[in-house]
Design a protein around this ligand. Structure first.
Ligand code: HPA
Length: 290
């Protein structure tokens, strides 16, 4: 057993426990707004501007929220927007942080811990993804995931106030939410699919061999986010809906290199449909969580 192992698995004493840090952030957010959202929305690449449409909005830069990580990726504004969408209170993250920025998996999932402390019941996570089974521009409801990031936000000390040591992940993506999202997509005439999201750490895109491997193990989409947040959300009993925008064909599928500009351009092109879907899904998610 390594010397000092105990220290590695206990919390940093200086800022309090993760639970206390999340509580401090939640109380800070509550000091800025009277709204008490039960739904949180994480807006991935290019989708952030949707939160600018929220009514009665309070915008809080991540830099002002105690212990919140700062987002550095292009296309991620780094603001928490609390507001109303058609009369439903929502906490919207304009941008998230990723492992590839150098953040720890606990930092990546910290905002979800804060939502848990705020009493949020449902988390809607969006992202840009490479399509293994799906073509560019498709919106895909995540049915399940494969965690290939090599890390898990629940590693280390388990604070039972968040959740149990070994949480079940057999229904990580809420079945009812998935059916609703697919149903609304079809009603709106938006082509919509369901698929399995494989998460890698990035930031380099995958090699064609890695994409062939991912296809073989059952992945339909590939990305660099979302999974730590889903694990933290499920740990705390929040219900999860995940939706990917396929911004590009995964590596090696087409005879062309991948680049981030294409990802942002496709995300911008599909934004209208994505926002329409989110707006259609909100009232139904709100109704389900009561
Ligand atoms: N791979 C990984 N992450 C991504 C991709 C991709 O092809 N596109 C958008 N995010």
């Amino acid at each position: 057993m390594m010397q000092g192992g105990e220290q590695a698995v206990t919390e940093r004493a200086s800022d309090g426990s993760e639970y206390e840090r999340a509580e401090a952030a939640a109380q800070f957010i509550f000091s800025r707004t009277k709204l008490r959202p039960k739904i949180a929305l994480v807006l991935g690449s290019g989708l952030g501007p949707f939160a600018d449409e929220f009514a009665d909005a309070t915008k809080i830069p991540y830099s002002e929220i105690p212990h919140f990580p700062q987002s550095t990726a292009i296309g991620h504004a780094g603001k928490l927007v609390i507001g109303n969408v058609d009369g439903i209170a929502v906490a919207g993250m304009q941008g998230r942080v990723h492992l590839y920025e150098g953040y720890s998996v606990k930092e990546v999932s910290f905002p979800i811990r804060v939502f848990a402390r705020m009493g949020v019941k449902a988390v809607i996570l969006t992202n840009a993804a490479g399509g293994i089974k799906f073509t560019q521009g498709r919106l895909v409801v995540i049915s399940d995931h494969i965690n290939l990031q090599g890390v898990n936000p629940l590693t280390g000390f388990n604070d039972e106030r968040f959740g149990q040591r070994f949480p079940d992940m057999s229904c990580a993506y809420d079945k009812r939410f998935r059916e609703m999202a697919v149903g609304q997509g079809n009603r709106l005439g938006i082509g919509i699919d369901e698929g399995v999201y494989a998460a890698l750490a990035g930031p380099s895109y995958e090699t064609p061999a890695e994409i062939r491997y991912l296809r073989t193990i059952g992945a339909d989409l590939v990305g660099m986010s979302t999974v730590p947040e889903v694990i933290a959300a499920r740990h705390s009993g929040m219900r999860v809906l995940g939706i990917s925008c396929v911004t590009n064909a995964a590596a090696g599928i087409l005879d062309q290199p991948l680049n981030h500009r294409e990802v942002l351009e496709t995300a911008a092109r599909v934004k209208g449909d994505f926002v329409a879907l989110l707006k259609a899904v909100f009232p139904r998610v709100a109704e389900t969580i009561g």
